[in-house]
Write a protein that binds this ligand. Structure first.
Ligand SMILES: Cc1cc2nc3c(=O)[nH]c(=O)nc-3n(C[C@H](O)[C@H](O)[C@H](O)COP(=O)(O)OP(=O)(O)OC[C@H]3O[C@@H](n4cnc5c(N)ncnc54)[C@H](O)[C@@H]3O)c2cc1C
Length: 323
């Protein structure tokens, strides 16, 4: 059996989690094994319906009076206990902060191999996975010798696909044995920073700014463009290090991975650590005054010019077309 870890984030199932489920289902089909899922969230909407449409035959819902919000040690311990009972051949999660954290903890507790950021696999004994290293600039083939291997699925490596014939999934409750010390790290409060804004991870258009923007104030023109296009605003690490944007808005290796239809990168040189965060974009428009900037080599569209001149002209033209 293949076990998929579902992270609810309270807001049913994230697209990245659905991508991991698609990967898990294809792995399960290839190995001739059923696909099961483990879920922790209580308020996960129509969880059974969604999981059934993704080929899950059994759902293990973890129930514990104290598991009302994220607590990584407790979640990992509960997952390890479920694995002792259900004996999966593989355990998968999305390669999100949470998916990687939980599986890394399970790997440490159970002394199992974990391969993060997988994009493919080949059957065999031992099974081999292909995974991204160095932020996706290198692909590694890894043979996994222990059972069950723990895999996280790289963001945007597979397209979400539901099954054609929906199957009935059975629902089982699993009650882990947890202690006070398992809750040393837990969510105690939540604060929404931009409740009305467009989310970077799901926006179909993203406007990003880097050192070339020059200041926090310089981002106003990017925000104006974003509001015209219904886009989200993000930044390079220079922009977040300088305090022009928050870390939650950083795009790149140590920030968000985005995959919009259009990414407009303004005053960003295109360092590999930035590019890995946006390479899932269908189109990249680079605005940079240096025609030798590395980002132009990866862009689908480019404008050589000062962003403080190009963006106002672009905004004016969009307004003209809209009216
Ligand atoms: C371990 C590690 C992790 C990292 N993680 C990330 C990450 O997650 N995200 C990230 O972004 N970086 C990350 N970095 C940093 C990365 O290597 C680069 O330093 C960073 O992306 C550079 O940001 P930038 O493009 O804004 O600045 P710069 O490289 O300084 O580029 C600024 C660009 O703006 C252009 N410019 C200047 N003025 C204008 C203007 N008026 N109009 C138009 N263009 C102009 C310049 O020609 C230049 O190309 C990481 C680095 C390391 C080592």
């Amino acid at each position: 059996m293949i076990l998929a870890f579902i992270e609810g984030e309270r807001n049913p199932i994230s697209p990245l989690c659905l991508q991991a489920l698609t990967f898990a289902r294809e792995l399960a089909a290839g190995q001739g094994m059923p696909l099961e899922a483990v879920a922790f969230e209580r308020e996960a909407g129509d969880l059974p319906g969604v999981l059934q449409r993704h080929g899950v035959s059994r759902i293990h819902r973890v129930e514990h009076p104290r598991l009302d919000d994220y607590a990584p040690e407790a979640w990992a311990k509960a997952l390890a206990q479920l694995m002792d009972r259900a004996r999966p051949q593989f355990v998968l999660a999305a390669a999100t902060d949470r998916g990687n954290e939980i599986l890394a903890r399970v790997a440490a507790v159970k002394n199992l191999p974990m391969a993060a950021n997988c994009i493919g696999w080949a059957p065999g004994s031992p099974p081999v996975v292909v995974r991204q290293r160095w932020g996706g600039s290198l692909l590694e083939e890894a043979a996994l010798h222990a059972v069950p291997p723990l895999l996280t699925v790289a963001p945007h490596a597979v397209e979400v696909r539901e099954i054609e014939t929906q199957m009935e999934a059975s629902l089982e409750t699993f009650s882990p044995v947890l202690e006070e010390k398992d809750f040393r790290v837990r969510v105690v409060a939540r604060e929404e920073t931009h409740p009305e804004g467009v989310s970077l991870r799901t926006a179909s258009v993203v406007v990003g700014g880097g050192r070339g923007v020059g200041s926090a104030d310089g981002f106003r023109v990017l925000e104006e463009l974003a509001s015209l296009l219904g886009a989200a605003v993000g930044g390079s690490r220079v922009a977040t290090n300088n305090g022009w944007r928050t870390h939650a808005q950083q795009i790149g290796l140590t920030g968000n991975r985005i995959a919009p239809d259009l990414y407009i990168a303004c005053g960003i040189s295109g360092a590999i650590q930035h590019y890995v965060g946006c390479k899932g974009s269908k189109n990249i428009l680079v605005i940079n005054q240096d025609r030798e900037a590395p980002f132009f080599r990866r862009a689908t569209h480019g404008v050589v010019g000062d962003l403080h001149e190009v963006l106002p002209a672009l905004i004016e033209e969009i307004r003209r077309i809209k009216t």
